[in-house]
Design a protein around this ligand. Structure first.
Ligand code: SAH
Ligand code: CA
Length: 213
């Protein structure tokens, strides 16, 4: 499901900075070689993530769900000098493609890729996060949030993708599949958490942005 009228969506994309050549190449190679290329953030959301990161100017970014590295490269655009981004993916088959694009993007010093189960890796990372992008398995979003929130400085952000799940989140809760339920539970949890302020941005498939007080 597309939330915006096709022509309006084109107008929005036409009036948002273009993807770099490298990101276009990564987008194309992902479509050609990797399963489920729709998971890649793409032009508009990539520019949104880059813009948010440039507004936040983070020292430490955590990304959960690297896929082929598209969103990691976008998020890294806002890192301060000496800033670092840690990104986690469970799928080791993606590792060589991610690494080759991090090299082409000259980000090997700033980006650290962790291959493994995010719930196991997150507790081993000794960092205070300024910005976190949650985009892995939907069933664990709430667990990621609870693990991360104590390691967030005041004023830091947690951004969670796909919280509208093609619009399925407004269907009758009892009839929902587990993934959709988890996304509804996540948005409700953030909404009811006094430790954060939050806005659900209806961009692409929905970004829930929470800021720690
Ligand atoms: N952030 C990417 C898309 C991520 S797609 C972009 O915007 O371009 C979701 C990714 O989460 C997949 O690559 C999948 O392998 C990974 N994933 C799923 N479950 C995971 C888990 N338990 N731990 C770490 N990564 C996981
Ligand atoms: Ca996503």
């Amino acid at each position: 499901m597309e939330f915006l009228d096709e022509n309006l969506d084109k107008y929005v994309c036409d009036h948002s900075s273009q993807e770099s050549e490298l990101l276009q190449e990564l987008n194309r190679e992902t479509s050609a070689k990797v399963l489920r290329p729709r998971m890649l953030s793409g032009h508009l959301q990539g520019r949104v993530l880059s813009m948010l990161s440039q507004m936040i100017r983070p020292k430490r970014i955590l990304e959960i769900g690297t896929y082929t590295g598209y969103s990691a490269i976008c998020l890294a655009e806002g890192l301060v000098e000496n800033g670092r981004l840690h990104t986690i993916d469970i799928n080791e088959e993606l590792q060589s493609m991610i690494k080759s694009y991090l090299e082409k993007a000259k980000l090997t010093d700033q980006v650290e890729l962790h291959i493994g189960i995010a719930l196991e890796i997150i507790p081993t990372l000794e960092e205070d996060w300024d910005m976190v992008f949650i985009d892995a398995d939907k069933e664990n979003y709430s667990k990621y949030y609870e693990l991360i929130l104590p390691k967030l400085r005041s004023g830091a952000y947690i951004i969670a993708d796909n919280v509208l799940w093609s619009g399925k989140v407004i269907e009758d809760y009892n009839g929902l599949d587990e993934e959709t339920k988890a996304l509804v539970d996540y948005s409700n949890m953030v909404m009811n958490d006094d430790r954060v302020d939050n806005v659900l941005f209806p961009i692409r498939d929905g970004l829930m942005i929470a800021r720690k007080k």
